[in-house]
Design a protein around this ligand. Structure first.
Ligand code: GAL
Length: 427
């Protein structure tokens, strides 16, 4: 009898503990749900993603946000213009004029740290990394290019590769030429294409010339010297850089003449149309091609730009938290989505980029992106100049000025000297 009573008490105790557990879990879930539902008002997210691929990628994340927070109005504050050339001045005016958006797009590395990490513009987001357990899913190298001292200043949403040569497969087949991996092969193919009345290489407005230049520079001087140019251990007026400048000028002979008026996506469209055979662009071009219904390895192909096999020129788009964000809670909710596996696996396969998280579901990524994921894991990584990783915005502007002049006067020695002056002033 006594034994039965004890057993009964134990059973009641265990069952009630179990219920308490379930109850606690239910209560926790309720709190979490309430937190999500409780968010209302609006959130203004500032970016320059308006072209095919990038706009759809952003929309994929906005759709998830809207589903999670139906009472928050998402204000998609975009300013068109590739690489943020038009958006960045608007952003600076807003940030310095006391009118910050709730969150804005910024490249990891020098753009983030040198422009926004100084002064009192951003709230560190370490607490989000802690709350979301992200330290386990972001490599230390990634966190370090987001940080000023111990402060993590933004949340990465992707990694892009800038050194890709995209080509129209049918054009190459019809002209019986091999896809170039060296500069000699590039010029050989370009001559055949030109004779056939096809523009060998599509290029667009000024920043895409700088983008092409960073690729040629890397391809000619190699990864060690390229990195050395950024830290001052290699001179910009060295023979290697002069050779890169000359190669760049030679390539310009094979570029469409209407380039200065063309956006990057309009240049990519020339490759789709077959009026041009190739373009050297970051892998947001993949997002563009796919947004136009093309499939990698079917209509278009891709190889590292000439001379850069085994090297992955990287950049990363991130979002940050301005100090006086008018809708801080909703901004935090947006940032949590940007850094989550759910957000990244919805965004990146459409955007044409790879996730910075280590736990992505690779099966969601197409054949090109799978190759980019593999290459990122095995290649030498170098930072992009044009897209904020390698140099500050001030240095980039000086480099851009040199290239604009170079396009007009083709003076190799003058450009090399001016590059060196820009380095001296900014290092
Ligand atoms: C880059 C940016 C990419 C893509 C591209 C063209 O600077 O990192 O995400 O948007 O500009 O707009």
């Amino acid at each position: 009898m006594k034994k039965t009573l004890i057993l009964l008490i134990i059973t009641i105790f265990t069952v009630s503990l179990l219920f308490m557990g379930v109850g606690c879990k239910a209560a926790e879930e309720e709190v979490a749900a309430e937190e999500e539902v409780a968010l209302s008002g609006e959130v203004e997210v500032f970016s320059w993603w308006t072209a095919g691929g990038e706009a759809e990628g952003l929309q994929a994340m906005i759709d998830i946000f809207n589903e999670k927070y139906p009472d928050v109005e998402f204000i998609n504050a975009t300013v068109a213009g590739g690489a943020g050339t038009e958006a960045k001045p608007v952003l600076i005016a807003r940030m310095t004029g006391g009118d910050p958006p709730d969150s804005f797009q910024v490249h990891a590395g020098h753009e983030l740290i040198d422009t926004w990490g100084v002064g009192d513009y951003l709230e560190p987001v370490n607490f989000i990394f802690e709350e979301e357990g992200w330290y386990d899913f972001y490599p230390e190298d990634m966190i370090s290019i987001l940080s000023s001292g111990d402060d993590i200043l933004s949340v990465p949403v992707n990694i892009h590769r800038s050194n890709v040569l995209w080509y129209n497969k049918a054009v190459f087949e019809e002209n019986g030429i091999e896809v170039p991996t060296t500069f000699d092969e590039f010029f050989a193919a370009a001559n055949v294409l030109e004779a056939a009345g096809i523009t060998p290489l599509a290029m667009g407005e000024a920043w895409t010339a700088t983008h092409l230049f960073e690729n040629v520079l890397l391809g000619v001087v190699g990864s060690d010297d390229y990195v050395g140019l950024m830290d001052g251990s290699v001179r910009w007026d060295s023979d290697g850089v002069k050779e890169a400048i000359q190669t760049f000028i030679d390539i310009l002979d094979y570029v469409n003449t209407d380039n200065s008026a063309l956006t990057w996506d309009a240049a990519a469209q020339y490759v789709i149309d077959g009026t041009a055979a190739m373009t050297i662009m970051g892998d947001w071009a993949e997002g563009y091609f796919k947004s136009k219904g093309l499939t990698p390895d079917v209509e278009f192909g891709y190889v590292p730009s000439p001379g850069t096999s085994g090297i992955f020129m990287a950049l990363s788009d991130t979002f940050c938290l301005p100090k006086d964000a008018p809708n801080r809670d909703a901004a935090i909710a947006w940032l949590k989505l940007c850094g989550s596996i759910e957000g990244q696996d919805a965004f990146n396969p459409v955007k044409g980029s790879i996730p910075p998280r280590t736990d992505a579901d690779v099966s969601l990524y197409d054949v090109y992106l799978k190759s980019a994921i593999d290459d990122f894991g095995s290649n030498v990584i170098t930072p992009s100049i044009q897209h904020g990783a390698a140099v500050s915005e001030t240095w980039l502007a000086a480099i851009g000025d040199v290239i604009t002049l170079l396009l007009a006067d083709k003076d190799v020695d003058a450009a090399a000297a001016a590059f060196q002056t820009a380095a001296d002033e900014n290092l």
